[in-house]
Design a protein around this ligand. Structure first.
Ligand code: GLN
Length: 521
């Protein structure tokens, strides 16, 4: 039951094979059994059961609210949820309870979907590992598969792989079958990266297609709510519910088309798939490269036009992202001053000391580092040299995409990440900041240009860990992108419906994280 698609669950509800309450209890049970993954910061058990019961009444009366009525979902802990803690995995907000729901959360609730809880992440969504939150790192469910364990030889307590991030809790929640879908946020790849490493699908919609109202901002000019689910069609169903204008977010645009189910037999003979040569980046693993070529061949054999294309400014995107991200972070984080929101230091001998000690105690070193860099880039004498120049580079990167799409390319096919998931031990040994920056080399350009991008799992590596590929399309062509993504999904036969790494053995595993802070501060 837990591995069905949304359409299949709705059918099971209608046929009376299971009720929303029974399904909700199954998911809650699964959340308990997978606590060692540390995917959730808050589980809303009581509320979930109440929502499921209400859904059950509607369904029994034959008046479901929509395709998501009774469907369990999870939400990254940087989306505001009414009367439910919203921590951004930070000490700064660890007791913050918003008085309202983010628009995307409200839209899911309005459809009758059942909230299971809030998921773990990197603090304030800064990171690519989900290892930098104040509630401890998230473990990738695939660390527990027999293939990975056989080659690892070590115990799951000492050897496990990261989920990627920063929406690692959301990806792990979907992969470990505790929720059918999850919201993440994607500023530089934070939904696609963990989805690729956890073997699930993630869409970063076109900028403006989904409302950011109630998403605690990281980089306003790049943030978008992302959708994580187990199949491309499930993602499309959720996008259909969430897309469109929101009066509370002036950057939203009207949905270009209503979205229902994707066609089962999308014809790729009329499409042109671009392979950007600059994405053959240093650090790209042989296995990921092989999968990239395999899927490009599948397109060619099916009659699609596959062309090598150039996006010449790609090499500047990491640095450009870094400058713009830090400048917007410096401004966004200014609201956390110990007076209005969240943590307040007890050291308050003067206003200045109160500010600085609150921020020193409340933020981890990643967040503090970005605030410092951002303020440096914005100094009067540096502003032109860093901020203005980065804006110009951003335009060049966006123009690269525009030219390629204007030349007839429909979608770009690229890897999502350089390699499969890293061992936690290795990830933390290296300088995580550098690693984090490198990891986003394939995902950040789409954020800089505001384009839709989707990651689809395509294969398992020799270590038994998922590898994902990414499709990037022109702005507001999200539907077409999903059609092409589903075409890939239908052909690669990715085994994510097995037990998603949560074997009986790991269900009995006792090495659970304690719900207490393990801050890197
Ligand atoms: N890894 C990137 C960063 O740390 C992207 C984060 C995100 O998409 N939220 O900025």
């Amino acid at each position: 039951m837990l591995s069905l698609t949304l359409k299949e669950v709705s059918l099971a509800f209608r046929e009376g094979k299971i009720s929303p309450t029974e399904l909700c209890k199954k998911c809650l049970n699964r959340i308990k059994k997978t606590q060692h993954l540390n995917a959730f910061i808050t589980v809303t058990e009581e509320l979930s059961l109440k929502q499921a019961q209400q859904s059950e009444i509607r369904l029994s009366q034959g008046v479901p609210k929509g395709p998501l009525d009774g469907i369990p979902f999870a939400v990254k802990d940087n989306f505001c949820t009414e009367n439910i803690k919203t921590t951004c995995a930070s000490k700064m907000l660890k007791d913050y309870t918003p008085p309202y729901n983010a628009t995307v959360v409200q839209k899911l609730l309005d459809q009758g979907a059942v909230l299971m809880g809030k998921t773990n992440m990197d603090e304030f969504a800064m990171g690519s590992g989900s290892i930098d939150g104040t509630f401890g790192p998230v473990r990738n469910p695939w660390s527990y598969t027999s293939t990975y364990r056989a080659q690892s030889g070590a115990s799951p307590d000492s050897d496990w792989v990261v989920t990627g991030g920063s929406s690692g809790g959301s990806a792990a929640a979907v992969a470990s079958l505790t929720s059918y879908l999850a919201l993440g946020s994607d500023t530089g790849g934070s939904t696609r990266n963990p989805a690729a490493l956890c073997g699930v699908v993630a869409l970063k919609p076109s900028y403006g297609l989904l409302s950011r109202h109630g998403l605690i901002p990281l980089v306003n000019s790049m943030d978008v709510p992302g959708i994580i689910a187990r199949s491309v069609n499930d993602v499309a169903t959720v996008l259909g519910v969430l897309q469109g204008l929101d009066i509370k977010d002036s950057t939203t645009v009207p949905a270009p088309a209503a979205l229902t189910d994707l066609p089962e037999d999308f014809d790729v003979r009329n499409i042109c798939v671009g392979i950007p040569k600059e994405y053959h980046a240093p650090g790209l693993s042989e296995e990921t490269l092989a999968q990239w070529s395999r899927v490009a061949d599948l397109f060619e054999r099916a009659g699609a036009r596959v062309e090598r294309v150039s996006l010449p400014h790609t090499q500047h995107s990491i640095v450009c992202y870094h400058v713009l991200c830090c400048t917007e972070v410096a401004s966004n984080m200014a609201r956390f001053d110990g007076l209005e929101y969240g943590h307040r230091s007890k050291t308050d001998i003067s206003t200045e000391v109160l500010y600085s000690s609150t921020r020193h105690e409340g933020f981890n070193d990643v967040v503090r580092g970005r605030i410092l860099s951002g303020n440096y880039f914005l100094l009067k004498q540096n502003y032109q040299h860093y901020f203005v120049k980065a804006q110009k580079v951003r335009r060049l990167i966006a123009d690269d995409f525009r030219q390629v799409f204007a030349s007839g390319v429909d979608v770009l096919l690229t890897p999502t990440t350089l390699t499969d998931a890293a061992r936690y031990h290795d990830f933390t040994q290296e300088d995580n900041r550098t690693r984090s920056a490198q990891e986003d080399v394939f995902t950040q350009p789409a954020n800089l240009a505001g384009l839709p991008a989707v990651s689809v799992p395509v294969a398992l590596s020799r270590r038994g860990l998922p590898i994902g590929l990414q499709l990037i399309g022109p702005a507001l062509e999200d539907k077409k992108l999903l059609c092409v993504a589903q075409w890939i999904e239908q052909r690669v036969d990715f085994p994510f419906m097995s037990d998603c790494g949560v074997s009986q053995e790991s269900l009995n595993h006792t090495g659970m994280f304690k719900r207490e802070e393990t801050s890197a501060v």
